[in-house]
Design a protein around this ligand. Sequence first.
Ligand code: UN1
Length: 496
Amino acid sequence: MKEYKNFIDGKWVPSVTGKTYEDRNPANYDEVIGIFPQSNYEDVERAVKAAKKAYEYWRSVPAPKRGEILRKAGELMLQRKEELARLMTQEMGKILKEARGDVQEGIDTAFYAFGEGRRLFSYTTPSELPNKMAFVIRQPIGVWGIITPWNFPIAIPSWKIFPALLCGNTVVFKPATDTPACAAKLVEILAEAGVPDGVVNLVFGKGGEVGEAILNHPEIRGVSFTGSSEVGKRIGEVCGKMLKKCSLELGGKNAQIVLKDANLDLALEGVLWGAFGTTGQRCTATSRLILEEEIYEQFIERLIERAKKIKIGNGLKEDTEMGPLINESQRKRVDEYVKIGIKEGAKLVCGGKYYEEGECKKGFFYEPTIFVDVKEDMTIFQEEIFGPVLSVIKAKNFEDAIRILNNSRYGLSSSIYTNDIRKAAKAIEMIEAGITYVNAPTIGAECHLPFGGVKETGNGHREGGWTVYDIFSELKTVYIDYSGILQKAQIDTWEK
Ligand code: UN1
């Protein structure tokens, strides 16, 4: 069994604690993927020290050269795409096709970062005084703490770490305890691509120990986190007190609206993919379906029929359509929400229980689950479940559908199916979310567009696109006075 180590200052080193834990396959918990360190604050201390030292050199490397290293990393990821995808499926359960997509999102992000190395644009603007120049440059911030979830174990670390590095920052990376092997592979690739020692440091362990140590470390100047709103609020609080830069990507309760004029076949494919893809474990997953009343009954009937046919199993098999949940505590959590849904009076019409056929007995499988006649005050309508549970609700008309969609404390992704261009445009204007899809499901964000949400989904940042470079850089305003005399802004005029 492979025993993994932390990666600090360019070397694989054991944790000072000597404590370890087993990383297991959620589709078959008899299968151990590897043994990983359970690090503590002392490991973080070493990692920060290395990152701080490396920062002095890395910040001076020209951005296009930093970009070339990331291009190399992207090429290595491309060469090892299949190997990475298989590891991901074994480690966290998503089906192979989706795991390949996850790796592809990392590759796209690497190549996008490579291109950005020759841009990193800022702006120039005229001065109010003659013979004086004014412009803005981007500078790195320092050492970043990167804390990532297990649901996109290559894509999410990539879309944080690559832009951080491109801007000249160094990082201490704490991946989710459920997906350490993918993180190790990613860091291995970065080192192989030529990222200098100390620029990327990887520390395995729990949020309560490693995460807290990163968060509270005075030398860590920024924290980027994707995960639950609960943890995000805690991170925001500490970063606020310590005046650290902080970018948070948190929960979602994404809805798909289907209007009566929509292409219903398309809308059906969309909701199945949005709700049950990645076993519902995406921040962008569709967890609410809002149907206009005229099509309510017929759409539900077709939805149930299709959802019952979804092939559940080990994601390594090419014909599997839905893998397991990430772990037993997550499965229990999903099941508790289902029980609450029943208790509060929603009608369970599909699934709602553990799936334990054949080999699946050994994994954390759960059936695709659908509730209908859901009401807006129900817990399953309001809270993020992070599993294959879809709540269906009836809307009186278009306006009512938008109102229902906006009745949420989250606002990440959203979708509307309609062929009425006026309604589509109005929906784009009125929906409170960071992302709106028209005639496409709530999932499927691309790396070169801003990604993030409103309300309790985040703190106003957008990862992806060039907006992520705003997160990982600081602006410096530069004035060059070549008049040879003392010129006073706001006081002198240009007239002689
Ligand atoms: C997430 O769920 O945390 O749009 C990220 C999507 C993916 C990214 C999801 N490209 O669903």
